[in-house]
Design a protein around this ligand. Structure first.
Ligand code: RIB
Ligand code: CA
Length: 312
């Protein structure tokens, strides 16, 4: 029996790719998708997520709207990377029916954690606000949820953050929520920029999709993202941050992990959102996060492309 999965997204371009990849892999038993303010405001995230499900042909999968802002700090969006609508305006022609009136995402997480005790994995590829709120409302979910896999943070590559020199966007977007999650006792795996920046999809990879179901969407939606990468990293392509996070659930052998004590900076203006990994156990605290130390990037990117290519 496959583990049940909730995918928590801030759709965004790589979130959209992760949703497509997870569903087309046929290896993710998705009980629902929860949405959170992140790359773009929540109302856009909801619309984008529902448009992507319509593109896939899986509008049976329900979307549960969550937090429209971080716990404490002001929202800060990333239109530079994801475009003015969050998915590179690639689905402007997709018409949406009236949304179902679904429950609040944190309540859905609690409901499903209680229903599938020990058999629910939550994959979070945006700020972790919904999970933090769920933990505050029902702390027992820390025992009920089998594991959480989070795209976020930076642990080894000092100075190579994407929001501050040492801070990654998802954690930077709501560091207080990340601190709540890291200290909750949940089994946490942090798929950080240290590995996701190595899974780079370039135009050559995208051209392999030519003539298949998702070619147009992948080429068009990633144009803004690729243009930003060209400027910042001098490489035309996009790091598969969110797809790799789903990939780790599908096949953990893509990534080598080790467990250490990790904490989050929530005060310093220079390092807000920094994920600090205590490799030398200086604080002598119990390890609480599986961090990623290596990735089989080429195999993952090729498998990702093949999964999208075979879609009907
Ligand atoms: O830092 C990359 C992460 O921030 C990705 O999840 C991207 O979608 C944005 O949410
Ligand atoms: Ca995301």
């Amino acid at each position: 029996m496959m583990t049940k999965v909730i995918l928590d997204v801030d759709t965004g371009i790589d979130d959209a790719l992760a949703i497509i990849y997870g569903i087309e892999s046929k290896k993710v038993d998705l009980v629902g998708i929860t949405t959170v303010n992140g790359n773009v405001p929540l109302h856009m995230v909801n619309k984008n997520t529902r448009k992507v499900l319509q593109l896939i042909g899986r509008t049976d999968i329900q979307v549960y709207p969550g937090a429209d802002r971080p716990l404490l700090r002001e929202p800060e969006h990333e239109y530079r990377v994801h475009g003015t609508d969050g998915i590179g305006n690639a689905l402007d022609d997709v018409h949406l029916e009236e949304a179902e009136d679904n429950m609040f995402a944190p309540d859905f997480i609690i409901e499903q954690a209680k229903k599938y005790k020990g058999d629910l994995t939550v994959i979070l590829v945006g700020p972790v606000t919904n999970l933090a709120l769920a933990l505050r409302k029902e702390p027992k979910i820390a025992e009920w949820i089998k594991e959480v896999i989070i795209m976020g943070g930076l642990v080894s590559e000092a100075g190579k953050g994407n929001k501050l020199p040492n801070s990654e966007f998802n954690i930077f977007a709501d560091a207080e929520s990340a601190a709540i999650v890291f200290h909750s006792g949940l089994e946490v795996t942090l798929v950080s920029l240290d590995v996701t920046m190595k899974t780079f999809m370039n135009l050559e990879h995208i051209e392999k999709l030519k003539g298949t179901k998702y070619y147009d969407f992948v080429l068009n939606s990633t144009e803004v993202f690729r243009g930003f990468s060209q400027k910042r990293y001098k490489k035309n392509g996009c790091a598969l941050h969110d797809p790799l996070t789903v990939g780790y659930f599908i096949d953990p052998s893509y990534i080598k992990t080790e467990k250490y004590f990790v904490d989050v900076e929530t005060v310093s203006p220079l390092g807000y959102g920094q994920t600090i990994c205590d490799f030398r156990n200086i604080w002598e605290k119990e390890p609480n996060v599986n961090i990623c130390v290596d990735v089989d990037a080429e195999r993952f990117v090729n498998d990702f492309i093949e999964t999208l290519k075979q879609a009907k």
